[in-house]
Design a protein around this ligand. Structure first.
Ligand SMILES: NC(=O)c1ccc[n+]([C@@H]2O[C@H](COP(=O)([O-])OP(=O)(O)OC[C@H]3O[C@@H](n4cnc5c(N)ncnc54)[C@H](OP(=O)(O)O)[C@@H]3O)[C@@H](O)[C@H]2O)c1
Length: 298
């Protein structure tokens, strides 16, 4: 990944952040990195809504739960409509799985990784983006949306087979979601001026996300997660590094920027900076969502 030297921000100690009064939604905030975000933000005084399947933080009063199966586009649309976008200061998307050895399809006939890790975000984002900031007092920074994936890695995806129907490979299927999330950041940054849109690449973090990749909690999975845990930051360490991005005034005016595991700005993948390509990717994604009987909000 190449550094983006045009975007810099002054590091602030996460422990000194005072986030009282801040309202944040973490879509995928019930597990892994999203959960580390929601717990950290609540510990600094923010009010947090988490969306996911299993709530694990009912003992923390500042964290509220919206239950949803985001493999379904109809559920994503319901969540998008229900979120109080007007008053949110930040939205973080961390929902995700990794495609498994065999192609899995949702009840709406969408490849499962594509549905959960990318298309559900597209549907929610379209519902909330026009409303962001509309019921919020003027502030130093616009509301911010952070989309987590693996941006900056040069993945362009395969627009002609987003549903992995012509051929299936777990990496190719997952890389379609990686490219989609990057396209989503760049297209939203061009489309909506009322908020800032940013990509987050956490690098490798020990979490549950790879369990499906190896077809379950196999010996290989356990070995890889053990090595990942030894060699990389924990979800909590990563969140402490990047949480100040939620509020720093330094990235205002840099909508569309992507940040690596250390929070340094990196350049987007070259193919996705071609606006015609990113737009074609989004159009193909909308067409796939419509197969599920859901119309992506204009
Ligand atoms: N960990 C890494 O090494 C790594 C590397 C690069 C990028 N990333 C990206 O970082 C993001 C977060 O990954 P993670 O490692 O934190 O994964 P994780 O530990 O598996 O957490 C995934 C989150 O997604 C939610 N989720 C999964 N399926 C869902 C469904 N059908 N409906 C609703 N929510 C669902 C989970 O909620 P429930 O538990 O409630 O189902 C959980 O909150 C993903 O975008 C991933 O691609 C991670």
């Amino acid at each position: 990944m190449k550094r983006d030297k045009s975007v810099t921000w002054r590091r602030e100690d996460a422990a000194s952040l005072d986030l009282r009064g801040m309202q944040v939604a973490v879509v995928g905030g019930t597990g892994g990195i999203g959960r580390a975000f929601s717990r950290f933000l609540a510990s600094r005084g923010a009010s947090v809504v988490v969306v996911g399947q299993t709530f694990r933080d009912s003992a923390i009063p500042q964290i509220k739960f919206v239950k949803a199966d985001l493999s379904l586009m109809s559920e994503a649309q319901r969540v998008g409509r229900a979120l109080p976008a007007e008053t949110l200061d930040a939205v973080i998307f961390t929902t995700g799985i990794m495609a498994g050895p065999k192609r899995e399809e949702t009840a709406e006939h969408i490849e499962r990784d594509m549905a959960i890790s990318y298309l559900s975000r597209l549907v929610i984002l379209r519902e909330i983006a026009p409303r962001l900031g509309m019921g919020r007092p003027a502030a130093r920074v616009k509301p911010r949306v952070f989309i987590m994936g693996f941006p900056g890695n040069g993945q362009a995806g395969d627009i002609s087979d987003l549903n992995a129907e012509k051929s299936y490979g777990r990496w190719a299927a997952h890389m379609n979601t990686v490219a989609g999330n990057e396209a989503l950041v760049l297209a939203a940054a061009r489309r909506y001026r009322n908020a800032g849109f940013f990509g987050l690449n956490p690098g490798f973090i020990k979490s549950d996300i790879r369990s499906n990749l190896f077809g379950g909690r196999t010996m290989l999975y356990r070995f890889i997660e053990c090595m990942t845990g030894l060699m990389s930051a924990s979800a909590e360490e990563y969140v402490e590094r990047v949480a100040p991005l939620l509020v720093t005034p330094d990235i205002e005016g840099h909508s569309g920027a992507m940040f690596d595991r250390k929070g340094q700005a990196v350049l987007p993948s070259p193919k996705l900076t071609e606006s015609s390509y990113a737009d074609a990717f989004i159009a193909a994604s909308e067409a796939l969502v419509s197969k599920a009987g859901v119309r992506v909000a204009a």
